[in-house]
Design a protein around this ligand. Structure first.
Ligand code: AMO
Length: 439
């Protein structure tokens, strides 16, 4: 008999159906055995009665997380339809045949059948191949997948071409100290910190490009917002009038993504009591203004050049109170804290760049780039770097480049902030941090 996916069982009441999945839990009531069985689409209750002798003997051996194959009659579940909150829904299957496809090898280290596992982060991550089976943890990655899907869908609809750039590079893209050096045959190479140079090359080739790709950061920190390998959602577009065009495009992208997640992930969001913001406009203020607000409104002593994590949290709180917005753009970062490729403002102390903050955390950086060869070469020198080391990057600008810019958006931070997860690592299936290279 063909397999029925559990969510379709409700359309087959009165029929014999076959389901396959994992035993979520087993409850014995007198002579009856009840099991919740889970597949990719949902959970259904199965009842096994002693009269069906063979099935009953097999079911007696089954334990949580065994993989099973069950045939039986799909019946309307008393009270189930009336109470949609019953997690296993309105159907019950009365088993006629029961077989075990795969048993668990050892006792389970954690119980994944409960609504709230309340595990510490280490345990949650150490047993990833089991803990993600929990419905609430599983939901994180369904939302993550919708984020990736909607990001691509939006940019394709705006005529951006999807590209994939190399992650093994001959030099560190963004400079700084947070790059991983690797052995590449008989020489050294670096893992890409961002697709920055390649997406700019993409503008010269295709005008508008985007990339969804893994990047690597050798940040030796233990924070709730850094991992050493993350997926960056990048975009880059040509023929802009100013960096306002980029923020406008980004605003539309965020509005689309949040709406899509809201529309498609209601069940998943509910498990966290979470909601997505509804975006109309995202307020934009200069970084210098933000720093002044922090000083005036929160009495926060600030550095004159940049904003720290506490400042980001407070300025988001301010944006929420003043504009009712969960997001805010901070613009015109000082040239001293931006990479050499950033377009300077009329006042060259500042740049045509921005950060996007969401619920207290920076989720994106972007801006206009220098597109003139000579200006770029000078900027490289001004930053104390050697243009010879950037030969291939500079080549991009030899053959005609339009004014352009784009952004890099941290995918995991978005999901972390949508769901209110304590650590970004909860939003990564198999995260990498300073200590963690496994599982
Ligand atoms: P930046 O270095 O600010 O900019 O990175 C962009 C965004 O990537 C995310 N991010 C991280 N997420 C998790 N762990 C990390 N260690 C980590 N580091 C960064 C953040 C951040 O806002 N090339 C520029 C982008 C551009 O201008 O287009 C860049 O990479 O959400």
């Amino acid at each position: 008999m063909e397999r029925t996916i559990i969510k379709d069982a409700s359309e087959k009441i009165g029929q014999n159906i076959r389901i396959k999945g994992w035993v979520k839990n087993r409850r014995d009531h007198g002579k009856l055995i009840f099991m919740d069985v889970r597949d990719r689409s949902g959970v259904v209750q199965v009842v096994i009665i002693p009269d069906k002798e063979e099935a009953y003997e097999m079911a007696k051996q089954a334990r949580s997380e065994f993989v099973v194959d069950i045939e039986g009659l799909a019946k309307s579940r008393p009270g189930g339809a009336a109470n949609e909150k019953i997690s296993t829904g309105s159907v019950e299957i009365e088993a006629g045949k029961f077989s075990i496809i795969s048993a668990t090898k050892d006792d389970l280290p954690v119980d994944v059948s409960v609504d709230e596992m309340n595990l510490n982060l280490e345990t949650l991550l150490n047993y990833r191949s089991l803990t993600v089976r929990n419905d609430k943890i599983n939901a994180i990655f369904k939302i993550y997948a919708r984020l990736i899907q909607s990001y691509g869908d939006f940019l394709r609809s705006k005529d951006f071409l999807e590209i994939k750039s190399p992650k093994i590079l001959s030099s560190a893209t963004e400079g700084g100290a947070n790059f991983f050096k690797i052995k590449y045959f008989d020489r050294d190479a670096f893992l890409a910190q961002s697709p920055q140079f390649y997406k700019q090359a993409g503008v010269g080739l295709f005008e508008r490009v985007f990339e969804i790709g893994t990047v690597f950061r050798a940040e030796p920190h233990y924070t709730t917002r850094h991992v050493n390998e993350y997926v960056s959602l990048d975009a880059e577009m040509g023929f802009i009038e100013s960096f306002e065009d980029i923020m406008a495009q980004m605003e539309k992208a965020m509005a689309y993504i949040f709406k899509f997640i809201g529309d498609t992930c209601q069940d998943e969001l509910e498990k966290y009591g979470a909601s997505v913001p509804e975006i109309k406009t995202i307020p934009r203020i200069k970084l210098t203004e933000a720093l002044a607000i922090l000083e005036k409104e929160f009495g926060k002593k600030v550095e004159k050049v940049d904003i720290d994590p506490e400042g980001e949290r407070l300025i988001c709180q301010w944006a929420k109170e003043k504009y009712g917005s969960d997001l805010i753009f901070l613009t015109h970062y000082p040239a001293s804290v931006r990479p050499f490729y950033t377009m300077p403002s009329k006042d060259p102390q500042y740049t045509e760049s921005f950060d996007l903050l969401f619920r207290g955390v920076e989720i994106a950086t972007g801006g206009q780039r220098i597109h003139d060869f000579n200006q770029l070469e000078n900027s490289i020198k001004k930053h104390g770097l050697n243009p010879k080391d950037f030969k291939h990057y500079l080549d991009i600008f030899r053959h005609g480049m339009p004014p352009h810019g784009g952004w890099g958006l941290g995918s995991e931070r978005i999901v972390q902030k949508i769901l209110g997860l304590a650590s970004i690592k909860e939003a990564v299936l198999f995260p990498r941090d300073v200590k963690r290279l496994t599982p």
